[in-house]
Design a binder for this molecule. Structure first.
Ligand SMILES: NC(=O)C1=CN([C@@H]2O[C@H](COP(=O)(O)OP(=O)(O)OC[C@H]3O[C@@H](n4cnc5c(N)ncnc54)[C@H](O)[C@@H]3O)[C@@H](O)[C@H]2O)C=CC1
Ligand SMILES: O=C(O)C(=O)Cc1ccc(O)cc1
Length: 302
């Protein structure tokens, strides 16, 4: 592995997991971490999330071969600007942000002449903060790289090797395509969960307490997703606006069609859709991609 020193900026769920995974699966690689919040830096030292925790962003990235920005997508630009004075010319600057087009542009604008290769490990939980990370988060998960046109192929290969060492399978994709796919598979599902849980909590008192009491079913799964970090998700919707709006319009059209089917008593339309969606779920399980691992997201991974 040509990457010998890495820097992790932002030490929450993703940054903490990257730091712990490097310690576990790349023990020869030196890691330095930095977080803008001093309380997070303190917790990161306590948990040993990285070999060293720096108190200054430019110091954190000095001599690093790879810098991974693990901050909310709305903070990527300022994090990039803060590390700029310490960056080596040869360093790869990457990130883990959930949306890619705007993040990629922000990083390239802030760091002209540097090797910017955005990435998105499609791996996470509803938890956040420096206590939430665990080394195996990226095992058997996709990591999508969205290198800009003209990116150095050798640097892309180094980043592929890094994510594979952490247990991921890497796919290279255009950033615009990434944002469209993730809008429908991740961003809109989160929006639906936030909305349905909000709708339930707006019900009158008696019904609301019943919703909580009987939430062993599908609603319970929505409450897990709706417990996800508000800052992170606000930023995703602010920075993947076009793709989310496009996919949302399609979804609202389909929801409207189901409303019409229910109103018309059209059981066949319902049965057809439910049969199709059941086949999709079975396909996911056959590929071994079910995220509902018994210990998934319960914070007991250390
Ligand atoms: N939570 C998840 O399941 C997943 C999140 N992501 C992406 O990973 C990134 C981080 O998410 P999480 O780790 O979940 O969030 P988190 O809230 O657990 O951690 C983010 C950390 O960044 C720090 N931070 C904020 N601005 C900063 C700055 N300018 N400089 C240095 N530190 C700063 C915060 O203090 C916080 O400790 C986001 O871009 C998110 O979209 C990607 C895959 C999964
Ligand atoms: O907790 C869940 O179910 C998730 O979907 C985690 C997740 C959140 C954001 C991402 O960009 C990728 C994965």
């Amino acid at each position: 592995m040509s990457i010998q020193r890495i820097a992790v900026i932002g030490l929450g769920l993703l940054g903490g997991s990257v730091g712990l995974a490097v310690g576990e699966y790349l023990p020869g690689v030196a890691s330095t971490g930095y977080d803008a919040d001093p309380a997070v830096r303190e917790k990161a030292r306590e948990r040993g999330l990285c070999g060293t925790i720096a108190d200054d962003p430019a110091d954190a990235v000095r001599d690093a071969d790879l810098v991974v920005l693990c901050v909310p997508v709305g903070a990527m630009r300022s994090a990039a600007s803060a590390i700029a004075p310490g960056l080596s010319e040869h360093a790869i600057i990457s990130d883990v942000g959930s949306s890619k087009q705007q993040v990629g542009h922000a990083l390239q604008e802030e760091l002209p002449g540097h090797h910017v290769i955005p990435a998105h490990p499609v791996a996470g939980t509803e938890q956040s903060g420096p206590e939430a990370g665990f080394a195996s988060l990226f095992h058997q998960r996709w990591c999508i790289l969205t290198p800009p046109e003209g990116a150095d192929k050798a640097k892309v290969a180094e980043l592929v090797e890094f994510w594979e060492a952490l247990g991921s399978t890497v796919e290279v994709m255009d950033a615009c395509h990434h944002d469209m796919v993730l809008a429908v598979t991740s961003h809109i599902p989160h929006l639906i969960a936030y909305t349905i849980v909000g709708t339930a909590s707006d019900l009158e008192d008696v019904t609301r307490s019943e919703v909580i009491k009987y939430s062993a079913g599908g609603f319970r799964d929505f409450t897990r997703i709706a417990a996800s970090d508000p800052t992170m998700w606000r930023d995703v919707f602010l920075h993947n606006q076009d793709a989310v709006l496009e996919m949302m319009d399609r979804f609202l059209g389909d929801l409207e069609a189901m409303r019409a089917a229910i109103k018309a008593g059209d059981g066949e339309a319902m049965f057809d859709l439910f049969t199709r969606t059941r086949a999709i779920r079975r396909g996911i399980l056959e590929q071994g991609q079910d995220d509902a691992r018994p210990d998934f997201g319960r914070g007991d991974h250390d």
